[in-house]
Design a protein around this ligand. Structure first.
Ligand SMILES: [Fe+2]
Ligand SMILES: [Fe+2]
Length: 361
């Protein structure tokens, strides 16, 4: 029997869920104050107001003490990017959106294995089913980002499994399907990483790079911005433009990512190279090191193009997603900053939304 701690404002709100999953999970409801008086357990569901900041620091400190492999799911609103980001930053391993039922909750906690044990559960909400490999990627990302946010060790093997799964997924279904799935996904927190990963893998496939390089790019795509876990939320979420000091801090994220993954070194050097140098430009105008063209490796050049393109495809609160053609024009307009030959090769990849991307194994 799974032991699940539910933290919320009032128990009656959870009575239905507790009854529904009672045959599988032993649920204990606690108020916020009661809950943080004892260490976290292996399974915790938290339903508090994440828009209100007063409890976030104490919650983050409490979650930093969770046992390894613990699952902490925050209840959030599907439309709120802020809630999802905050949940991840303070140590959540996943989110579930209102409204949800017991079966959906169990699937989150125990990877769907025992969800079928809830015979009386109502049918799943009509969310589009997500491909298995997409879930592998999101689960890997959530685990690693939550470890990074709480300063814990980063499990590179989890990411390696996810990286390999994404390569299979893109090559099986194509980039258009991947982008559609990522855009539909309930949490915007990981959209950027997942889009960059998909674009990088599709680009690598088009370039006929080896399987090992495709997996390296998949891995680096997911982790390239992990250093942002160390940038204060006030900067990451700032709705207006950043001042100079904030910009300097934001531009530290490649270095933070490098530090996280190299101390101790949990990923190979070529992946670290992509993490620390994905904002470098061939004309020396990039950061953090202002490298020149001859100092920038081919894999870094690929991830840089994929990063910019992926960001343009993203749906943000202040802008609709760019089409592939509009995003590609921006890459071309960047001129000497990017590798011209690679940008030319990228044109076909950028047309993913005009026709099915051709897989040429
Ligand atoms: Fe970045
Ligand atoms: Fe990025």
């Amino acid at each position: 029997m799974y032991k699940l701690t539910i933290i919320g404002a009032a128990k009656p709100a959870f009575d239905g869920i507790i009854k529904e999953i009672g045959g599988v999970a032993d649920c204990e409801f606690k108020s916020f104050g009661m809950a943080i008086a004892t260490p976290p357990g292996k399974f915790t569901l938290i339903d508090i107001d994440l828009e209100e900041g007063s409890r976030l620091v104490s919650l983050k400190n409490w979650l930093a003490c969770k046992p390894s492999g613990a699952k902490v799911i925050f209840v959030t609103d599907k439309s709120s990017h802020l809630q999802g980001t905050r949940a991840s930053a303070i140590g959540g391993t996943d989110v579930i959106h209102r409204p949800f039922n017991g079966r959906m909750l169990l699937a989150k906690f125990i990877d769907g294995v025992a969800a079928t044990a809830v015979e009386a559960a109502p049918p799943l909400a009509p969310d589009a089913p997500e491909p298995l490999d997409f879930n592998a990627a999101v689960n890997g990302l959530q685990t690693v980002f939550s470890a990074a946010a709480s300063g814990g060790p980063i499990d590179a093997s989890t990411m390696q499994v996810a990286a390999s799964a994404v390569v299979d997924e893109i090559e099986k279904r194509g980039l258009a399907s991947w982008v559609d799935t990522v855009r539909m996904h309930h949490s915007q927190t990981y959209q950027h990483c997942l889009l960059v990963t998909g674009v990088a893998v599709a680009f690598a496939h088009h370039l006929k790079l080896s399987r090992a390089d495709r997996e390296r790019l998949s891995f680096a795509g997911m982790l390239h911005d992990i250093g942002k876990a160390r940038v204060p939320l006030a900067i990451l979420e700032k709705p207006s433009s950043l001042d100079f000091a904030e910009m300097v801090e934001m531009r530290n994220h490649p270095l933070y990512g490098f530090e996280m993954l190299s101390n101790p070194q949990v990923v190979p050097a070529e992946m670290l190279d992509m993490v620390v140098h994905h904002h470098e430009y061939l004309d020396g105008s990039g950061y953090p090191h202002g490298l020149q063209a001859h100092e920038i490796s081919d894999l870094v050049r690929v991830i840089t193009i994929s990063d910019i393109f992926g960001a343009l495809l993203e749906k943000r609160s202040y802008k609709p997603p760019f089409t592939g053609a509009a995003a590609y024009k921006i890459l071309v307009d960047m001129g000497a900053k990017l590798d011209k030959d690679l940008v030319r090769e990228f044109e076909l990849v950028s047309k993913f939304d005009q026709r099915q991307f051709e897989t040429a194994r």
